[in-house]
Design a binder for this molecule. Structure first.
Ligand SMILES: Cc1cc2nc3c(=O)[nH]c(=O)nc-3n(C[C@H](O)[C@H](O)[C@H](O)COP(=O)(O)OP(=O)(O)OC[C@H]3O[C@@H](n4cnc5c(N)ncnc54)[C@H](O)[C@@H]3O)c2cc1C
Length: 460
């Protein structure tokens, strides 16, 4: 990146918005990555116009651009190399409008998810997207990865929560698709191109988010269960008993529960640690008294039917937060030594056999290994933390094969919610066929002919 190019960037974004030289290396490449950002410079535009001017310049100069949101992504989608420019949305933090009747929030893409949740709440509304990285991730990053999280069973993925967006194409063209209506069938729904495409087709600068009315009751319980068959039956039990309104159904296998409820983890086990499965189930409704009575009756019924071995119910917000604190304390995974974190998707009916099969492949290769499972089970989404006490490339590749290959025969997905990035690129063909990948390439080529936007991510 020569000085003439940097000077032009500075002219667009202003002195303080451009970071160069050793200051770039002071920033970490990702929340769980111990290396500095690899890009040669970081530019921090303040608005769409600046993003457009920057991309026009990069396109003309054939400089590759990697967009940075909150850098909490877990698939190496935001990794940049020394010839690339990082474009951070961290200064694009305006919330422009809240429409309480239309139930929308219009915002720039650098706003943190937690801020969006809090501002919604202050307006007595609710933005349902929720994930452990809420305090650091940006809404633009959530859109670009089509993030999932804890409440997908009730409210859907990020895709379902976006009505409109504005994105800048590689040549600087601004596509303003700021639709605010629920219904708008006027040709191609262009916003979908940018949702989940990990910054490879355009840079998202603004969004129209879909707000929901704020629930007025929260009902949360932690349940222990003694077989996977009963876990499945309990999901049906709650979902049908609540007429399809279960808000969360998170399952922790014994090894995960033990890890996050044993010191030095912050939480103590509210239920004994020797059950095979633990479920965090939640229902949010309209009246605390009525909803609690109904939720508790479903729990009692589950006990009577022998679906539940033990349970604790959160009696107040603190107890609810404490129960979620157990599920969210995923950083305990680093106590296991070198690990790889997986995010797979598969039909619930195939889960037990798939996990057994995958674990068997580990046992054939290694005497000792970690295989710790938890996840958004109701969405068919499991996270697997796997490790064999070695972090060389060959061991990691073998670990990946043991987890990914068994998905092939059951039409599973190598990425439920984290995206492909660089990390899962070699395995894309397990979940997508050749024709699909070719169409993705065609789209990429037509929108970004010089291949400057996050090149080499998702596919080569
Ligand atoms: C503790 C923890 C818990 C998590 N839980 C979940 C979970 O439950 N569900 C889930 O889905 N994910 C989860 N994640 C992963 C991560 O938080 C999400 O992928 C999140 O959406 C990434 O947002 P970000 O702003 O940090 O994006 P980044 O990491 O900065 O970027 C992610 C990708 O999006 C691109 N990008 C970022 N902003 C833009 C933009 N404005 N325009 C175009 N491209 C852009 C980047 O180039 C990159 O490819 C978790 C992560 C952590 C650390």
């Amino acid at each position: 990146m020569n000085s003439e190019f940097l000077k032009k960037l500075q002219d667009i974004s202003g002195d303080s918005s451009l970071i160069t030289g050793s200051s770039v290396k002071e920033r970490k490449a990702g929340i769980w990555i111990d290396e500095p950002i690899g890009a040669s410079a970081i530019v921090r535009p303040k608005n769409t116009k600046e993003v457009s001017q920057i991309l026009a310049l990069c396109n003309e100069s054939k400089v590759e651009v990697v967009t940075h949101g909150g850098l909490t992504g877990l698939s190496q989608g935001a990794i940049a190399n020394k010839n690339q420019l990082a474009l951070s949305t961290e200064l694009m933090t305006d919330i422009e409008e809240i429409d309480l009747y239309g139930r929308t929030m219009t915002t720039q893409s650098g706003v943190k998810l937690q801020t969006i949740q809090e501002v919604s709440e202050q307006n007595n509304m609710f933005f349902p997207l929720d994930l452990g990285a809420r305090g650091s991730c940006s809404i633009g990053g959530n859109a670009s990865t089509n993030a999932g999280g804890n409440k997908v069973i009730r409210y859907g993925m990020t895709r379902e929560l976006i009505l409109g967006l504005e994105a800048v194409l590689a040549d600087g063209t601004i596509i303003s698709s700021m639709n605010k209506m629920l219904k708008n069938n006027t040709g191609y729904d262009l916003k979908q191109l940018f949702i989940g495409s990990e910054g490879t087709l355009g840079i998202i600068t603004k969004l129209v988010l879909r707000l929901k009315e704020k629930p007025s009751s929260e009902n949360t319980a932690l349940i222990a269960c003694d077989s996977f068959e009963k876990v499945k039956k309990l999901l049906k039990h709650f979902d049908s008993g609540l007429a399809g309104s279960v808000t969360a159904f998170e399952v922790m296998w014994k090894e995960f529960y033990t890890l996050v409820t044993t010191a030095p983890a912050k939480s103590k086990p509210p239920i004994r640690q020797d059950y095979p499965y633990y479920i965090l189930v939640e229902y949010s409704g309209f009246d605390q008294k009525i909803d609690s009575a109904h939720f508790n009756s479903l729990l009692e019924d589950g006990l009577e039917k022998d679906l539940i071995s033990d349970a604790v119910i959160a009696k107040n917000t603190k107890e609810r937060t404490d129960l979620w604190g157990i599920r969210d304390d995923v950083e305990q995974q680093f106590r296991l030594g070198p690990i790889k974190i997986f995010d797979v998707s598969l039909p619930i009916n195939d889960m037990e056999a798939y996990l057994e099969n995958s674990k068997k492949l580990f046992a054939e290769k290694w005497k000792e290994f970690h295989f710790v499972v938890f996840g958004h089970l109701a969405d068919g989404n499991l996270h697997i933390i796997a490790g064999v006490n070695q972090d060389d490339k060959d061991s990691m590749n073998q670990i990946e094969n043991c987890v990914y290959e068994p998905l092939r025969d059951i039409n599973g997905s190598v990425s439920a919610e984290h995206g492909i990035g660089l990390e899962k690129l070699p395995y894309l063909n397990i979940s997508r066929n050749e024709e699909e990948i070719n169409l993705m390439r065609t789209l990429k080529k037509s929108l970004d002919p010089n291949n400057i936007l996050n090149p080499g991510k998702i596919f080569n």
